[in-house]
Design a protein around this ligand. Sequence first.
Ligand code: PMP
Length: 376
Amino acid sequence: MIYFDAAATTKPSASVLSRFEEISTRYLGNPSSSHALGREAMRLVDDARKEMLSAFGLSKTHQAIFLSGASEANNLAIKGIAFQYQNRGKKILVSDVEHPSVIAPAQQLSDRFGFELVRLKTDEWGRVSPKTLEEAIDDKTILVSIMGVNNETGAVNDLGALANIVHRYPKCYFHSDLTQAIGKIDVPYSSLDLFSFSGHKIHGVKGSGALVYKSTIRFLPLIDGGGQEGGFRSGTVSPALCASLSLAVKETIEKQETNRILVAALKEHLLEGLPYEEALLNSNEEGSPYVVNFSLRRHKASVIVEALSEEGIYVSTASACSSKKEPYSEVLLAMGKPMEVASNAIRVSFDEDNTVEEVDAFLLALKKHLEEIRKR
Ligand code: PMP
């Protein structure tokens, strides 16, 4: 099997799984219970939070809410901030190529709750320029959300420069979806007011994620109940998920540089070997080494992806989340690509366990299938 779909999900690491199992089996208590078992469980959650914030270098300035994943974190960031701070202004800016879990809540705020939504255009590689942000932001803007790394193309935004612009507006917060960025690129964590991510993209467990935020920020909760997680997200907290998430964060940040070198070699090898008479690149060289996106010029990408899958090579057509809904990529369309390009994209996404030999096998198989289709 060749698995080139790490942007969709990764395998939990052995240490993450063993921490998950150990906590699940040894610690029975509900962290909200007031007896000793509950207190012990709560201590695990608190320790996980501290360990995770310290891995980001944010122990003093930020807090974290443990959630089910990046979709929930993005929803809480967008709606939770919008509803909490709507008396400051009702304008929200998001980049045009955000994940649906950012675009959809922002769109809902605009369609149903009277917010003004501006979708920031990107350049041809899917990046938001500081100038575009500067032209759109104003005193009524309360939230700007721009992702660190795009999940379909690997486009990297200059979060430091973008955050500096937002911080000229004291009533506005800067949120970034870092699902594809943590452990992969250098992120100016302390410049961000809030950021979201999922555990399963960084060798953690599916169903875990977090929203990290500056300690002074408040949210209108989306899920009310017992008041867990500082009142911002009710529901019984899982010490095993929290501890495994925090370990996954620590491990991925520690290995960032070693992994980057390994994966950059894979991207370089793939870019050298792609058949450019058939393939048009949608990712640029400055993008994340973890994601390479190209469109087939003359053939249906879905046919090739299926043929590759039949021989145990797994890549994706668009992002895993949108591929069931739309036969084309909204992201590529937003980047100004024509429909033929947006509907024939292939995304190859790596992790550090992939090898150059696998890239060779993928290239060979890709060329073989393209050749077979050409002969039909
Ligand atoms: N944001 C980005 C950039 C993503 O890649 C994903 C997963 N495809 C998400 C958010 C949502 O993550 P999850 O499905 O784990 O909630």
